[in-house]
Design a protein around this ligand. Structure first.
Ligand SMILES: Cc1ncc(COP(=O)(O)O)c(C=O)c1O
Length: 501
C-alpha cells in the first residue's frame, strides 16, 4: 500500500547526504515555500540582473513565483493580472485573471508545482539528483516544469505525456531534455491520464525512477494553497483598496491535477469565496461521471485527482472546447483583433493582454462568466481565475482550427460570429451548484482510480473527506520551510547577494 502524504521526516540519511553534496557542487540554494509566497521578503534572493529567465540556471529557482514582471526578469509588488469588464464578458462582475506566463523557463505556473513536488523528496532523503531520475507524468506543462527543475539540479528528468498534446510542448521538450528517450509519449490526448499512470507503473519497476505524480502529491496542493492563494489574495486586496464594497465572490479553476484549485481553499478561508471547478463539456467527469476527448489542454480528466479537496468545492462548470478553440482564434488573429477593437470598441491593451492567455485560461474565463450569470453576480462581486500559460503555446492549434473550420479564410464576419456565439452568447448551461450529495458522488468516483487502480489504502482515501485533513496539511507549511532551510544550511552555499530592487 502506498502511503498518502509525504511526511516531513528524514527517511534515508545517506541519500539525503548525497543530495546535499550534489547541491553544494552545483551551488544551489532552495527557496522555501514561504520565500516563494512572498519573494520580496526572501533574504537569500540572489542578484537576478543579467540572468536569462529561459535558461536552466540555479538563480531561476528564485523566479518560481507570481511576482515576476512582464519581461519575467524583475520583481514586482503585484502579481501580473488583467481585469476584464462587462464590454468583453457581458457580466457586471469584474473577472480578474492572474497570468502564469510570467513564470520562468516554461512560461506557465506549473513549474511551481514541479518544484514543490521534488523538494520534499530532496530534503527527506527520497531523491538523490546524483543517481535518480525524476519522472514527471503530465499533460504537458508540469512535465516541462519538471524537466526544467531537473536540469537545474543536474539530474535526469523524464517527461511522460500524451502524444496528442500541442506541437509547441514537444518542441520545447526536445530542446530541454538530456536525451530524446526522456520524452515518453503515451497513447491519446488530453483526457488519457490513465495511460500516463500505466506508463509510470512500468517505469517504477526501476528503483532509480522516482515518479513525481502531481495528481497525488500533496505538495502540489500545499504550494498552491500557500503561494497561489496568497498571490490572488494580494491582487484582491489591491483591487478592493479602491472599492471597499467589493467582495471576493468566487475563485474559478479548471482542474488538471487540481493543484491550482487549492488556492480556492485558502481564499475561502480568508475571504469566504466560493470555489468553482471547471472541466470540458466533452469529458464531463465531475458533472456526469462521464468521459470523452477534448482539446482544453492541461485539464486532463476521466478521473478525480487524489489532491482535489472535492468536499470543499462549491460549483462545477463545464466549458466546451468548441468555445475555447474559437476564442483562441478570435484573440490570436489579426481579423479577430481588428473586429474586437474596431467594431466592438474594446480597449486595445485588454485585447493584446490575451497574448498571455492560453486555451485553458480562455476556458476559465468562460466558466467565470457562467458562474457570474448563474449566481447573478453584480459589480461588487469579484470573480478571480487564472491563465496557466499563454497563447504562444497554441499557434499550431490555431492553424488546425482554421483548416478545420475556416478553410476559405477567416475575416471580421467570422470573428463576429465567434464573438456572438462564444462570448455574448454564453449562458449558464453545464453549471452544477454542488449539494452534499453531489460532492459525495464526485468524491466517491475517485475510489476507482486511487483505491482500486493505484493501491491507496481505503482509510487514507476516506481521510480526505474531512476538512481537518486539509487544514493539517496547510499547518505543515512552516515545518517544510524549516526542513528546506536546514537542508540549505547543510549545503552551505554562500548566501547569494540580496538582489537590488
Ligand atoms: C495549460 C494548463 N491549464 C490548466 C492546468 C490545470 O492546473 P492544475 O493541474 O493545477 O489543476 C494545467 C495543468 O497542467 C495546464 O497545463
Amino acid at each position: 500500500m502506498k502511503s498518502l502524504v509525504l511526511e516531513p521526516d528524514i527517511v534515508d540519511a545517506a541519500r539525503r547526504r548525497s543530495a546535499v553534496e550534489r547541491l553544494r557542487a552545483i551551488n544551489v540554494t532552495l527557496p522555501t515555500w514561504s520565500e516563494l509566497a512572498d519573494p520580496a521578503s526572501a533574504e537569500a534572493m540572489p542578484d537576478l540582473h543579467g540572468v536569462d529567465p529561459d535558461q536552466p540556471l540555479a538563480e531561476n529557482l528564485w523566479r518560481v513565483h507570481w511576482f515576476n514582471d512582464a519581461a519575467r526578469r524583475g520583481q514586482v509588488a503585484m502579481p501580473g493580472h488583467v481585469v476584464l469588464g462587462k464590454d468583453l464578458t457581458g457580466v457586471k462582475a469584474p473577472i480578474v485573471v492572474l497570468l502564469g506566463r510570467r513564470y520562468p523557463m516554461i512560461g506557465a505556473h506549473k513549474v511551481l508545482a514541479a518544484y514543490a513536488c521534488l523538494v520534499p523528496r530532496l530534503v527527506t532523503g527520497q531523491f538523490d539528483p546524483a543517481r535518480d531520475r525524476a519522472v514527471w507524468p503530465s499533460t504537458g506543462n508540469y512535465c516541462r516544469g519538471g524537466v526544467a527543475i531537473s536540469r537545474i539540479l543536474g539530474c535526469r528528468g523524464v517527461a511522460v505525456l500524451p502524444a496528442g498534446m500541442s506541437r509547441e510542448r514537444f518542441d520545447w521538450l526536445a530542446q530541454w531534455v538530456a536525451d530524446p528517450a526522456d520524452i515518453i509519449r503515451t497513447p491519446g490526448t488530453e483526457s488519457n491520464v490513465k495511460e500516463i499512470y500505466d506508463k509510470c507503473a512500468e517505469l517504477r519497476r526501476d528503483p532509480q525512477n522516482v515518479i513525481l505524480n502531481q495528481f497525488s502529491e500533496f505538495a502540489n496542493y500545499l504550494i498552491h494553497y500557500h503561494c497561489t492563494g496568497k498571490a490572488f489574495d494580494r491582487v484582491f486586496a489591491h483591487l478592493s483598496a479602491s472599492r471597499p464594497e467589493a467582495r471576493l465572490a468566487a475563485f474559478v479553476s479548471a482542474t488538471g491535477s487540481a493543484g491550482t484549485i487549492a488556492a480556492g481553499d485558502y481564499l475561502k478561508r480568508r475571504r469566504g469565496s466560493r470555489t468553482v471547478a471547471v472541466e470540458a463539456v466533452e469529458c464531463p467527469t465531475m458533472l456526469d461521471n462521464g468521459y470523452g476527448e477534448h482539446n482544453i489542454q492541461g485539464i486532463g480528466d476521466k478521473h478525480i485527482p487524489l489532491i482535489h479537496n472535492v468536499m470543499n468545492t462549491d460549483l462545477v462548470v463545464g466549458v466546451s472546447d468548441h468555445a475555447t478553440d474559437a476564442l483562441n482564434q478570435l484573440f490570436g488573429s489579426n481579423a479577430g483583433r481588428g473586429y474586437l477593437t474596431g467594431r466592438r470598441k474594446l480597449d486595445a491593451a485588454i485585447v493584446s493582454a490575451f497574448d498571455d492567455i492560453g486555451i485553458s485560461g480562455l476556458c476559465n474565463i468562460i466558466a467565470a462568466i457562467k458562474t457570474a450569470k448563474h449566481l447573478d453576480y453584480g459589480r461588487d462581486d469579484v470573480v478571480m481565475t487564472v491563465a496557466t500559460d499563454s497563447a504562444d503555446l497554441y499557434r499550431s492549434e490555431r492553424q488546425s482550427y482554421l483548416a478545420r473550420r475556416y478553410p476559405d479564410g477567416f475575416d471580421e464576419v467570422s470573428a463576429g460570429e465567434i464573438f456572438s456565439r462564444h462570448l455574448e452568447g454564453v449562458v449558464d448551461d453545464h453549471v452544477l451548484e454542488l449539494t452534499h450529495r453531489d460532492r459525495k458522488r464526485i468524491f466517491n468516483l475517485g475510489y476507482y482510480t486511487w483505491v482500486e487502480q493505484q493501491g491507496v489504502a481505503i482509510e487514507d482515501f476516506d481521510r480526505r473527506r474531512d476538512q481537518r485533513f486539509w487544514q493539517s496539511l496547510a499547518d505543515s507549511i512552516p515545518v517544510w520551510d524549516r526542513m528546506i532551510s536546514e537542508f540549505n544550511a547543510e549545503v552551505g552555499t554562500a548566501a547569494p547577494k540580496r538582489r537590488a530592487v
